[in-house]
Each structure stands twice: as C-alpha cells, then as structure tokens.
Design a protein around this ligand. Structure first.
Ligand code: CMP
Length: 246
C-alpha cells in the first residue's frame, strides 16, 4: 500500500473513512514525473486517473483557429488556419484528474502536462470505479470533487465571457491567489503566489495574446496593484482586482 504522510491537503482522501482510505491507497501506484512531461493527450483512450500530491499539471486543449482575412488592398495574404492552444485549468496538490473518461468510457477530453516536477498517485480507472460502486463514502468524495470542478468551471466561463482582457486577468490573478496563495490574510500580509505559469500560459487561460496580457500585467504593476516576477505574482491590492472584475 502507498503511504502518504498527511491527507490534509488532499480532500478526496481526507473525506474517506480510514478503511476506505486504505482500500484506495491499496489501488494506487506512486509516480514522480519531471517537468514538461505529457501524461496523456486529448483523444487518447483512457485507463488511469491521477491524484496530484505535489506540483502542478496543466490541462490544455487545442482548437483550429482561422485568423481574420487580410483586408483588401493591404497586400495581405490569405491567412492559414492555425492551431490555438487553450489552457483549461492548472491542477495543484489534492486535485484529481483524468476521471471523466474513466467514468464515461470516452477518450481524454484534454492534454495533461506537468509544469513542475510532480508526485501523484495513479489508479487503474476500472478498479477505482468498482470501489465507487461498493463504498458510499468513496462515491460521495468523487461527487464532491466533480461538483467543485463544475462550480469552478462555471465561474471560469462567466469570468471569461463577461469581462474585457483586464477583467479576465484580474479574475485569473484572484483565482491563482485563492488556489495557490498562502492561507494567511492576503490583504494584511501580501505574499508571493507561485503559479509556475509563463505569460504565454496565462494568456492561454484568458484567451488573449501574450502581448496583451503582458501589457495588462505591466499596467497593474505600474499602478501598484501587483508585483510580477517570472512564474509568480504578489497581489498588493486585491480589492482593486475585485473591482476590475465587476
Ligand atoms: P479526462 O477526460 O479523462 O482527461 C482530461 C481530464 O481533465 C478530465 O478527465 C478531467 O479530469 C480534467 N478536466 C476536463 N475539463 C476540465 C476543466 N474545465 N477544468 C478542470 N479539469 C478539467
């Protein structure tokens, strides 16, 4: 059986009775994955699902994008269809992923790539699904994970549809603070939030170009709302970001 030191930051495990937790850990294989490795690709057939213990994993999807045609008389060429990558979300410690295709027997709905070195538990999906059928607490913990994900996904959709790019970046920064920031009060004690994403990846979450996101971050920084360093941000005035989201 895999032994993990604390389930405090792993809601899926901490919600279980001791005996169910032991059964779940009995089915797990522990993996250490280096940064930049792809765990699976959109459209792949699926067998495993994963519970992240440390590090971060990004979930991406690419879609065909037809750039606007060049205006007549500007000497432009017909623009080719491009692949555009969107970043659905960034998974952190305690997140379970890869379960959708295990439960609906479909193929992978997105590509999963580590953005840091990560440790995780891998489960044979059919075994986990059987345990969901046998144990109510495992089924409820799984539903809880899915419900939390759906809420966040709805929130993401609302944030992305309603706002301009500054509003979307403000939304993203507040979510990164909530997900990866310290537990202490961010207003009284603003500290660096390590998100581990490049500006290109931030842009892929909010559906804008890297240049536009860079301009927005520089603007927020010049107004003293945030401080930016590669792959981390410090939010000095969260209330101004909240106001920007309205
Ligand atoms: P699966 O389709 O097996 O593989 C990709 C995984 O990404 C999927 O299971 C979910 O676990 C996860 N996933 C899909 N869509 C989202 C989303 N919008 N936000 C967070 N995670 C997602």
């Amino acid at each position: 059986m895999v032994s993990i030191t604390s389930t405090q930051h792993v809601p899926f495990l901490s919600a279980l009775s001791e005996s169910s937790r032991e059964r779940v850990l009995d089915l797990a294989t522990e993996l250490k994955v280096h940064r930049g490795e792809q765990l699976f690709h959109t459209g792949d057939p699926a067998r495993q699902c994963y519970l992240l213990l440390t590090g971060k994993v990004k979930l991406t999807r690419s879609a065909k994008h037809q750039p606007a045609p060049a205006r007549p008389g500007t000497g432009g060429r017909v623009n080719k269809v491009q692949q555009r990558e969107s970043l659905l979300w960034i998974m952190g410690p305690g997140d379970l992923f890869g379960e959708l295709s295990v439960f609906d027997q479909g193929t992978r709905s997105s590509t999963a790539t580590t953005v840091t070195t990560a440790t995780m538990l891998s489960f044979e999906g059919s075994q986990l699904a059987a345990l969901v059928g046998q144990r109510q607490d495992v089924a409820l913990a799984m539903l809880n994970m899915l419900a939390t994900r759906l809420r966040r996904s709805d929130d993401h959709t609302t944030g992305m549809v309603l706002s301009d790019v500054s509003g979307r970046v403000a939304w993203l920064l507040m979510h990164l603070l909530e997900r990866f920031g310290p537990d202490s009060d961010p207003v009284a004690n603003p500290s660096w939030v390590r998100h581990d994403l490049t500006q290109t990846e931030l842009a892929q979450i909010v559906g804008a170009s890297r240049e536009t996101v860079n301009k927005v971050l520089t603007d927020f920084e010049s107004r003293g709302v945030i401080e930016v360093r590669p792959r981390e941000v410090r939010i000095l005035q969260p209330q101004r970001l909240l106001a920007r989201m309205e």
